[in-house]
Write a new protein. Structure first.
Length: 832
RNA sequence: GCCCGGAUGGCGGAACUGGUAGACGCAAGGGACUUAAAAUCCCUCGCCCCUAGGGUGUGCGAGUUCGAUUCUCGCUCCGGGCACCA
């Protein structure tokens, strides 16, 4: 039952919230203006996928963003605070199949519903800039960017292994393969070689890594995750001659210092030279069936646990270019084709994987780096030694320290033309092709005569077929729709076929923040003038689950758009706040756990302001927030107390009048002081680290002072001016968190202005200063007494007072005083 | 395995650059108002000891310091990320 039905003491949040939401919307209060007299501030929350309805995570994310937006407006900034929809993606296809509807229909219905929910929360968005990425007016520009990237050689095609379901005739993302079977039809998934489009993100690897240093407004955690994801390694790449063969086997190592300890070579099962090695080879059949087996195993295991190390001798040898030593070549299941060269020089003495492999197959262990204070002996080593040390048995390099030897050996390789230093990244190029319907079509055409041809920019957008064919599934992939893919070649005019893959939905979210700066611009993807006015985003807020992919892709796109001439920035997000999850009963809210709290219910029962207030008050933004129903009631109670106070004192507050400091009585002085202290602290809490939880606490303290000072009949009464000062400031300080509530109370006591027109209050340092201080007296570091002293006391006087203090003297008890430490205006410590 | 975080009352959380531990809220207990309940208001609230008062206390163990939740070293537990990356 709604609380406001049962008691007239409760303020009518429904009426108030509706009133102000309508007011803001019809007045375009939050339209971002082109006001060059004000400094710009762009605050952005990660836009939602229109899944159906908002959840508590959204409420938290958007409340945080809204407080920042509103705070910055009060501070006099020209604020851009837009919202939109990341609206391509698989759930729409699933829902369409389930409801026999169309993905577009489902998506736009959800957007309408969720937009309404966001409005009910009173979020101060500039709705005139709203975008939906599934709209051709958005993806048209994405297709143009794609073509310009193609032009610049940042896009290319290649063939890779993908998960394929035979019955659904589609590629599946890794997440859609459940225990080796298709999630939709249970058919066993197969590995298939498929052609796809890739973005050359690796071309930007070095810059993406280096520029992390510029991001001092990002959490260290996210920086570290990105750094690890890019995974830069520096080392030696060199070639081993294959015995009785013209080919060479190229390897990459970060430990060139151990090259004299190589006792065998491991190559990946997919290594391209493997077939060459097996020509006219008696072991060929055995090796081939082994290779088949481990490829199967890899597929089944996916990326999960480590499998046991396995391998097989190919019957062939290669020679170490440094000492000519012949070493056997093995195929090993732990060597990745996708990293380095797909071949690894094996040094069992100094690499744990090689060690285990050598032990299993009885291969030699040859230590060549002796760490200080050890005496490695191959015979009794139980694990690899990975410590640095002095090189032994390494010809002319023996005696060198391993760190120094790394460079010396690389130099040697370069001089003798057997190898060179090399940098390898863990980061791979970004495969963007998806064999799905509900995504942005890739604007390319295949002509038998002319090959792959880009769609002409004037012919964009390449739109998704919207027809709902009764015979077909409404979201059948594009390769099943002749009317879509049959076209003519832009070059020769002959018959040709469109690319039928759509883009990964991460592409849309990689540049939407830039499109918000000119969302209706019709000449090109971005209006450069607007983009450079607003970008970079000053404050970006979202879940840490996007720490790697979305943020990395957005950084990549920013650099690409810069190189295409659209942007003049290197990094998109100046400051990043990763908010914690909303938890209930110790777990993330989820349908399967049955611990979800629906924001709709909260808004119905307590109103948007209370809902926002609780989500801001219960924890600092970066930490997880534990749901507590009683805590929401506490927040509701707080707002009601303020409401009641303002109602009862309305006449006095309106009468208000000017504050004359000289004539304040002691109670008035105390409230005046508390007001200014509160302004100072709340401002500090927001400025420093967006700790709204403590900011709200401060406002609560102010209100507690106000109500106890005004309620105490024993004391001198408070005049209207000082109450008015306290309330006016309290409302502004609280209004970023509870905007409707504060706007309404403000309007109740001011006829000539709205709260939005106000400036953030400033504090008077003089007024905020305490005139009495509590000084702690310690004896040997333990608190023994407290003294009330005038605020302007000096150290000498303080020391004198402390040494006369009776409760402290008790603990000195005749002992000699060795030292007295006085901390200005804080404490005196007497050491005996 | 490697790399990041974190640990403070019954609970969520405060504590500026080392200087009164527990702000604010929740819960709990007591009281006022009420025929009663709800709402509201007031008081108490880390633990231990016999009160005045004292002892003890920020995951554990050391250290630096007049003084450590805060700094250093060594652990334990929890959370997250990456994971055969050569």
């Amino acid at each position: 039952m709604a609380a406001n039905d049962t008691s007239s003491d409760f303020y009518d949040f429904k009426a108030i919230e509706n009133k102000w939401q309508d007011h803001w919307l019809s007045n375009s209060t939050y339209r971002a203006s082109v006001d060059s007299s004000k400094e710009k501030y762009y605050v952005l929350e990660m836009f939602p996928y229109p899944s159906g309805r908002i959840h508590m995570g959204h409420v938290r994310n958007y409340s945080i963003g809204d407080v920042i937006a509103r705070y910055k407006r009060f501070q006099g900034f020209n604020v851009l605070h837009p919202m939109g929809w990341d609206s391509f993606g698989l759930p729409a296809e699933n829902a369409a199949i389930k409801n026999n509807s169309h993905p577009a229909r489902w998506t736009y219905d959800n957007i309408d519903y969720m937009r309404d929910q966001l409005r009910q929360l009173g979020l101060s968005y500039d709705w005139e800039r709203e975008i939906a990425t599934c709209n051709p007016k958005y993806y048209k520009w994405e297709q143009q960017i794609f073509l310009e990237m193609y032009e610049k050689d940042i896009v290319y095609q290649k063939t890779t292994t993908v998960n394929w379901c035979n019955s659904c005739e589609t590629v599946l993302a890794n997440e859609q393969v459940i225990e080796g079977a298709c999630w939709r039809c249970d058919e066993q998934v197969q590995a298939r070689e498929m052609n796809g489009w890739f973005f050359k993100i690796t071309d930007y690897a070095e810059e993406l890594l280096d520029d992390l240093d510029m991001l001092d407004g990002w959490p260290d955690k996210v920086i570290t995750m990105q750094r690890n994801w890019i995974g830069k390694s520096t080392g030696l790449q060199c070639a081993f001659d294959i015995v009785d063969c013209d080919e060479k086997l190229s390897i990459f190592t970060t430990r060139p210092d151990t090259i004299f300890g190589v006792t065998f070579m491991s190559i990946a099962a997919e290594h391209p030279l493997l077939e060459t090695l097996l020509q006219a080879n008696p072991l060929a059949d055995e090796v081939r069936s082994f290779v088949k087996l481990i490829i199967e195993e890899k597929k089944e295991q996916g990326r999960e646990d480590l499998t046991e190390k396995k391998g097989i001798f190919t019957g062939r040898y290669c020679s170490n270019p440094f000492n000519g030593e012949k070493v056997p070549i093995f195929v090993a299941n732990f060597v990745l084709m996708g990293y380095g060269t797909g071949a690894v020089m094996a040094v069992p003495a100094h690499d744990q994987r090689d060690f285990e492999f050598a032990k299993k197959y009885g291969l030699a262990v040859h230590p060549v780096v002796q760490p200080a204070g050890t005496d490695l002996d191959a015979a009794d080593m139980e694990e690899a030694s990975t410590l640095p040390g002095i090189l032994i048995e390494s010809e002319s390099f023996s005696g060198m320290h391993s760190e120094e030897a790394k460079q010396a050996i690389i130099d040697f390789a370069r001089q003798h033309n057997i190898g060179d230093s090399h940098i390898t990244y863990r980061l791979r190029d970004w495969g963007i092709s998806r064999q799905r319907y509900w995504g942005a079509p890739i604007p390319m055409i295949r002509c038998e005569k002319c090959g792959v041809q880009p769609v002409a920019i004037k012919d964009l957008p390449v739109t998704l077929p919207q027809d709902l064919d009764q015979e077909q599934n409404s979201c059948a992939p594009l390769h099943q729709r002749n009317s879509f893919f049959e076209t003519s070649c832009p070059k020769c005019g002959g018959s040709a076929q469109r690319e039928t893959d759509t883009m990964d939905t991460f592409v849309e979210s990689s540049w939407y923040f830039a499109r918000y700066t000119s969302p209706r611009f019709t000449d090109s993807p971005l209006n450069k003038e607007e983009a450079s006015r607003w970008l970079p985003v000053d404050q970006y807020i979202g879940g840490v689950e996007h720490a790697i992919l979305h943020l990395l892709y957005s950084r990549f796109f920013t650099k690409v758009l810069r190189d295409l001439g659209y942007l003049d920035i290197d990094e998109p997000f100046k400051n990043l706040l990763t908010q914690g999850m909303v938890i209930k009963d110790g777990a993330k809210m989820s349908k399967s756990k049955g611990n979800v709290v629906d924001p709709n219910d909260l808004i119905q029962e307590y109103g948007a302001d209370t809902t926002r207030l609780f989500s801001l008050f219960a924890a600092p933004p970066e930490k997880d927030l534990e749901w507590n129903a009683k805590g929401v009631e506490g927040c509701s109670r707080f707002l009601n107390r303020i409401h009641r106070f303002v109602s009862t004192h309305k006449e006095a507050i309106i009468a208000g009048g000017e504050l004359t400091i000289a004539s304040l009585n002691s109670n008035e002085k105390e409230l005046h002081r508390k007001t200014h202290q509160t302004i100072k602290r709340v401002t500090g809490n927001i400025e420093q680290n967006f700790h709204f939880n403590t900011a709200i606490s401060r406002v609560m303290e102010l209100f507690n002072s106000l109500s106890s000072l005004s309620g105490d009949k024993q004391k001198e009464s408070l005049g209207p001016a000082v109450i008015r000062e306290a309330i006016d400031n309290l409302l502004i300080l609280l209004s970023p968190m509870t905007p409707h509530f504060c706007a309404e109370l403000w309007a109740n006591i001011h006829t000539d202005s709205t709260i939005e027109e106000q400036s953030w209050p400033t504090w008077d340092e003089e007024a905020a200063r305490e005139d009495e201080l509590t000084i702690v007296i310690q004896v040997k570091g333990k608190v023994r007494s407290r003294l009330q002293v005038p605020a302007d006391i000096d150290d000498a006087a303080l020391e004198e007072l402390a040494l006369k203090d009776e409760s402290a003297l008790k603990f000195i008890d005749g002992q000699t005083i060795k030292k007295v430490i006085v901390v200005k205006k804080k404490l005196v410590n007497i050491v005996v």
